[in-house]
Design a protein around this ligand. Structure first.
Ligand SMILES: NC(=O)c1ccc[n+]([C@@H]2O[C@H](COP(=O)([O-])OP(=O)(O)OC[C@H]3O[C@@H](n4cnc5c(N)ncnc54)[C@H](OP(=O)(O)O)[C@@H]3O)[C@@H](O)[C@H]2O)c1
Length: 277
């Protein structure tokens, strides 16, 4: 399937999907600003060929920034998603959209696809409202929740920096790196996620909610330790509690995504080793 439209095509995941679907059409902010969508149905209908699927990777991803700019977070992560969903639905185009493990509060620790979200942060709430609008406005949807992405850097200079980029940059400027032990997440290699999206679409999995992440779970400390081990870099890692890093947004203590509907992906350690090699 090659007739795909990718929104947010210059972000980390959008860029990877552009490589996976090499003939896909990519739109980023300059082609379609999600803050001012206009008549998207008409724009899609005017394309030389109606897309076989739209994949929305654009998002307001600044978790702490969303506490200061909630309107922006809700505009991009909720309102715009509802509009994209309506346009796709009117034209019968399946929509693939991404949400986050931050829609959960972390109390239960591990979450199935049908568990009830209860976000702690504005970012999480805006992503959950986006999920609800997607499901309300569109029948043919894949709602993919994912968590802590890593992979090839985004083309866009404004895209969210991955934890790996942050760690490797920090090592150049600091002797001791503090890493948090009491926040635990699933981790996801964007290349594995992109291949999974391709499988969902081409193998015609049933529409609905999916949790797509690599196997296993990790604290930020575990993740950092494995990055430096694989890179063969000596570094003094200090294990700290999240209270050592006061941040504007609350994060779940443990929000691991359980994948009960899609073939299990390899472990995050295996995926990380491939990426860093
Ligand atoms: N990164 C993670 O760890 C993570 C974890 C869980 C879920 N997710 C979800 O996964 C998806 C992909 O994330 P990502 O890390 O690949 O994102 P990313 O690298 O930060 O890229 C986001 C993209 O969205 C675009 N965008 C932002 N505001 C826009 C607007 N107003 N109009 C049009 N485009 C706009 C950005 O364009 P500009 O460069 O022009 O700003 C950028 O290309 C998102 O839905 C995100 O919420 C990510």
């Amino acid at each position: 399937m090659s007739n795909i439209l990718i929104l947010g095509s210059q972000g980390m995941l959008g860029g990877e999907l552009k490589r996976t679907f090499s003939k896909a059409l990519g739109w980023d902010r300059k082609e379609l600003d999600l803050g001012q969508i206009g008549d998207l149905e008409q724009r899609l209908a005017a394309l030389p060929q109606l897309p076989d699927a739209v994949i929305n990777c654009a998002a307001y991803n600044d978790v702490d920034g969303a506490e200061a700019y909630p309107d922006k977070a809700f505009l991009i992560n909720s309102t715009a998603v509802g509009k994209i969903a309506s346009a796709c639905n009117s034209l019968g185009i399946p929509l693939i959209h991404f949400s986050s493990n931050y829609v959960f509060d972390g109390e239960k620790g591990e979450y199935r696809e049908d568990d009830q979200p209860n976000a702690l942060s504005t970012y999480g709430k805006s992503k959950y409202q986006g999920e609800q609008l997607l499901r309300k406005n569109c029948f043919k949807y894949y709602l993919i929740r994912t968590s802590v992405l890593f992979g090839q850097e985004a083309e866009s200079q404004f895209a969210k920096k991955s934890f790996i980029e942050i760690m490797l940059e920090l090592r150049e400027t600091t002797d001791t790196i503090k890493a948090v032990t009491d926040e635990i997440n699933s981790l996801t290699y964007v290349s594995d996620l992109a291949s999974s999206v391709e499988a969902l679409i081409t193998k015609k999995y049933p529409y609905g909610i999916y949790h797509i992440v690599n196997g296993g779970q990790a604290s930020w400390y575990d993740f950092a330790q494995e990055i430096f081990r694989l890179k063969g870099k000596e570094v003094k890692l200090e294990a700290v509690d999240s209270s050592a890093f006061p941040r504007k947004a609350s994060r779940p203590k443990k929000a691991v995504l359980l994948n009960t509907k899609f073939p299990e992906l390899r472990s995050w350690q295996e995926a990380l080793a491939e990426f860093l090699s």
